[in-house]
Design a protein around this ligand. Structure first.
Ligand code: FAD
Length: 407
């Protein structure tokens, strides 16, 4: 496989690099405190989304029938790389455009579903994923939020948790249990809903990094029209799997602080007679880290060539997600260690690199959980990539209502 750009791809890269340079919003308007999920940060991200949409760069790889630009997955990846290099790292629209709306459109082929797309592409709407529950995170087939049919509607009752961006989302996708008499994977059904539907209550969770990304979402007799069902009744597990494969492929493509930022910091960090870059132990660690980062980059190319052949992201995305999340924790931990006692300073006004490494260190444990924990990624790699025997699943064929719940 040739990892260099083809002549066409190189020309496309130059074109989008020039376009991004000419159109990118001024990032200096953001102060050190204006991190992700703050209003100024979200406003800037929205402005950038509007600019991209107006020039056909918001959803490059989507078919034009879906409101995209009909480009290739490779073109979209090139644009994303150039965006990252230009410091434009925004995630508000990823859940909608790269995880949930592709699922809505895969499972539903109707006007109401297609009408959800243009506002999301333009940055007018933000989506959130309402899957995890207090008793069902890794075991998402074990979820307990129930939906009961009532004429042309469903009445949904239950609690979701750890829902990224639910506090600012306009829409959500919720997976519910519609039939407790069949085994757990078979009785699930997915719906999309507006987050201002009566009975939906969002309660933010404060994170140790200080960020306000996560939420609990309580659903009390929420009435959802059957026309908002995603896929057939009982197809919810397929919707979950499709969405999570997209999520892991997106996460595993590796975003956030990289070895480049770490090297820049190490060069400016005094140590002994020189800088931290002269420390042999640090250099040895850095070489190992670089090898993992390259593995992620090359794995992304493999995913891309599968996508360009029209294949959906597969279980191998879990390997990228596992490496990336652990690498992010390792990198930020090293960076804070290198700063010695100054690593304790988390005030963005005073800290090295505006506290970016410190902030990442407090965020990183969440990266190893969100989108599936390390252990679940390892199970997937073992069973679905390497073909090793599956772990025992004693409740797989038992009707859900007969699985002991401890209640
Ligand atoms: C930053 C962040 C963002 C998130 N965003 C969202 C979101 O937008 N929407 C959403 O619905 N959810 C979201 N989540 C929830 C996330 O998907 C769950 O936290 C995750 O799936 C783990 O579930 P849990 O927290 O219930 O832990 P549990 O499933 O209770 O796991 C507890 C521990 O047991 C281990 N474990 C569980 N099962 C097995 C097994 N079979 N084999 C080996 N070990 C096992 C786990 O690895 C973990 O260490 C987010 C979480 C985080 C941290």
């Amino acid at each position: 496989m040739n990892f260099d750009d083809s002549p066409e791809e190189a020309a496309y890269r130059l074109k989008v690099r020039a376009w991004i340079a000419a159109n990118k919003p001024d990032l200096s308007v953001l102060g050190p405190e204006d991190r992700v999920w703050t209003e100024p940060h979200k406003d800037l991200a929205t402005r950038w989304q509007v600019i991209k949409a107006a020039s056909g760069y918001a959803c490059i790889g989507w078919p034009t029938a879906w409101g995209g630009s009909g480009g290739t997955a490779i073109e979209e990846a090139i644009f994303n790389q150039e965006e990252q290099t230009a410091g434009l790292r925004f995630s508000y629209f990823v859940t909608g455009l790269h995880m949930l709306l592709p699922a809505v459109l895969k499972f539903n082929d109707d006007d109401a579903s297609r009408a959800l797309v243009p506002p999301a592409v333009r940055g007018d709407t933000i989506w959130c994923q309402l899957f995890s529950e207090p008793a069902g995170g890794s075991d998402s087939a074990g979820l307990r939020t129930r939906a009961v049919e009532d004429g042309d509607d469903w009445i949904v009752t239950g609690q979701k948790v750890w829902n990224s961006g639910a506090q600012i989302a306009d829409y959500g996708m919720v997976v519910t249990r519609t039939d407790p008499t069949v085994p757990k994977h078979k009785g699930l059904t997915a719906f999309w809903l507006r987050m201002d539907t009566p009975g939906v209550e969002v309660r933010p969770i404060k994170m140790m990094s200080g960020d306000a990304e996560l939420n609990e979402v309580f659903l009390s007799d929420v009435r959802i029209s059957d026309s908002q069902r995603v896929g057939a009744v009982g197809d919810g597990w397929a919707v979950i799997i499709f969405t999570l494969m997209n999520e892991r492929a997106a996460l595993g493509s590796g975003s956030g602080l990289s070895w480049r930022e770490l090297i820049a910091m190490a060069r400016n960090t005094p140590a002994g007679e020189g800088s931290a870059m002269d420390d042999p132990a640090f250099r040895e660690w850095l070489a190992d880290y670089y090898v993992d980062a390259e593995a992620i980059r090359l794995q992304t190319f493999r995913n891309l060539s599968a996508l360009s052949k029209g294949e959906a992201p597969g279980p191998e995305g879990s390997a990228g997600k596992l490496l990336w999340a652990n690498g992010a924790q390792d990198l930020s931990s090293r960076a804070v260690d290198l700063q010695d006692r100054f690593g304790l300073i988390d005030d963005p006004e005073l800290a090295v690199a505006n506290g970016a490494f410190h902030h990442r260190l407090l965020w990183a444990p969440g990266l190893r959980l969100g989108g599936g924990t390390d252990e679940i990624m390892k199970n997937i790699i073992a069973e679905r990539v390497l073909g090793l025997p599956g772990e025992p699943r004693v409740d797989k064929t038992v009707p859900f209502k007969d699985i002991p719940s401890g209640r």
